[in-house]
Design a binder for this molecule. Structure first.
Ligand code: ADP
Length: 480
């Protein structure tokens, strides 16, 4: 085993360079925590034009890859700070994040995955660095284990972390042709079933040396043999075809307190801490409600992507209940047009108590965490969820579904409220309990302090990742 473990983490986003959801937070903060415990962690992501515009990174080299019939040049950029982040650029395939057309999406990331594998080869040829482990994240990087095995002789174990199973990267098998990978080389995908499509995440599960996800409960939910959880079939196949462990390790994400702390957050109106949270939150709330032209009242919020996973349909059905309790509801999010439409209707009806911003707005998110009393998280499933952790750090009490990482990170009645997943009635009851608690100053204050004092730093989870990398390397040495 190398003295220092060198890990290359990769995914489609990494804060602060590019962030659209929790994975961006993770790839921005986990590497820092790994470095603190002696791991040489680096990151590689695509160099979208939006990143390049604001980047003060140096171009350190280039290489070429064959994708389909074309030869494409990849430029390599590197930031100046720590952790070291590499950006791979290519004007035809990586200049922006493709969000339309599933085949276009999977082609883009087949291209990126091929580029990452060549980049690793390029790095070691240049004697610059060679990773002992490649840590892939979500379907976007799910082809790396297969390409690595197929196109190189580099003996590097791979970890695939699943952050969200709703996105698996389905599409035409033609991506294999673009990668010049023969059907028989990818035969695991086809064995035993008529397959005309590739499932990139499934492919990653089959080929990665280890697989993990972002909470213990989600790990159980998705591999549940009894209910045939969504990836049970792949996990079983992984065991049958590769003899590899069926187990999916669950390691809870953490948050970066350099970014998410009301004590030194320059985006909020007034900074505060656990000692003066009452006046601090009050001042933030006053400014926020003033700016939105809302009366000073108890205030609930929602922050998140407007995807069906996030359970906004449930929130829609309890809005009247919130308003009847004479409370405000402020919503920040964007996404599915049908969800936005139903929220628009509500705002028109409850304009005296409700505001919504349909946008991805980092600055507004910080302000909203600081100025709300409660945050509602009605997710139908939630692999880990960072929103509840961030909210708690700002003393904003989560009211969340009892699922996945929400269940693993919230202690019901102590630092938040849990309600039964998908149940409008149960959410209504939880809101009732929250309102009652809010008016009981002493008990509410205790809850806020508990929430703010809950430690969601990466320390513990970073150590669990280190152990996992060590096990992977030991295992790898045995089999190679
Ligand atoms: P997911 O990764 O499923 O989107 P998480 O709870 O893991 O959900 O992480 C969401 C992250 O994205 C948090 O940092 C949250 O503050 C941020 N976020 C979500 N929606 C928005 C938005 N509309 N504007 C700003 N930040 C947002």
């Amino acid at each position: 085993m190398p003295k220092t473990i060198r890990v290359l983490l990769t995914g489609y986003e990494a804060a602060p360079f590019y962030k659209r959801g929790g994975l961006g937070d993770v790839l921005g903060s986990l590497p820092k925590a790994l470095i603190q415990i002696g791991i040489d962690a680096r990151v590689v992501i695509p160099c979208y034009e939006e990143i390049r515009k604001n980047l003060s990174a140096k171009r350190i080299g280039k290489f070429k890859i064959h994708f389909g019939e074309k030869e494409e040049e990849i430029g390599i950029y590197r930031n100046a700070g720590t952790p070291r982040v590499y950006f791979l650029s290519n004007s035809s395939n990586l200049s922006y994040l493709n969000t339309r057309g599933r085949n276009k999406k999977i082609e883009q990331f087949a291209f990126f995955d091929l580029a990452v594998v060549h980049f690793v080869t390029w790095l070691s040829k240049q004697r610059q660095w060679n990773p002992s482990v490649i840590h892939c994240n979500d379907w976007h990087t799910g082809l790396i284990p297969l390409i690595l095995r197929n196109k190189t002789k580099l003996p590097i174990p791979t970890l695939l972390t699943i952050h969200n199973l709703s996105y698996q990267g389905f599409g035409s098998l033609k991506v294999l042709d673009l990668l010049h990978i023969k059907d028989e080389d990818a035969k695991e995908i086809k064995r035993g079933m008529k397959v005309t499509e590739i499932n990139i995440l499934g492919e990653g599960i089959l080929h990665a040396s280890s697989v993990s996800t972002v909470s213990k409960t989600y790990a159980r939910e998705i591999t549940d043999e009894k209910n045939e959880g969504p990836i049970y079939a792949y996990v079983k196949k992984r065991e049958e075809t590769l003899g590899r462990s069926r187990a999916i390790v669950g390691i809870l994400n953490g948050i970066d307190y350099d970014v998410w702390s009301p004590q030194n957050d320059s985006a909020i109106f007034h900074t505060y801490n656990v000692a003066n949270w009452q006046s601090g939150k009050e001042k933030n709330k006053k400014k926020m409600l003033n700016s939105l032209d809302l009366e000073p009242r108890l205030t609930f919020c929602f922050i998140g992507r407007m995807a069906s996973q996030k359970g906004l349909d449930i929130l829609v059905r309890v809005t009247k209940h919130i308003v009847n309790n004479n409370a405000n509801l402020i919503i920040l999010g964007s996404g599915a047009p049908n969800i936005e439409k139903s929220i628009r209707k509500l705002v028109a009806r409850y304009s005296s108590h409700m505001r919504v911003e349909f946008a991805y707005n980092e600055d507004f998110a910080h302000k909203l965490y600081a100025s709300s009393d409660f945050i509602i998280i009605p997710s139908r499933f939630e692999p880990c969820g960072l929103i509840q952790m961030i909210a708690m750090s700002y003393g904003t009490i989560p009211i969340a579904s009892r699922t996945g990482g929400l269940k693993d990170s919230i202690k019901n009645n102590r630092n938040g409220f849990l309600f039964e997943n998908g149940s409008v009635l149960s959410l209504k009851k939880a809101i009732k309990r929250a309102v009652k608690r809010f008016h009981d100053e002493a008990r509410y204050g205790k809850m806020v302090v508990n929430a703010m004092n809950t430690d969601f730093s990466w320390k513990r989870s970073a150590r669990l990742y280190k152990k996992l990398y060590q096990n992977m390397l030991l295992q790898h040495n045995v089999t190679h």
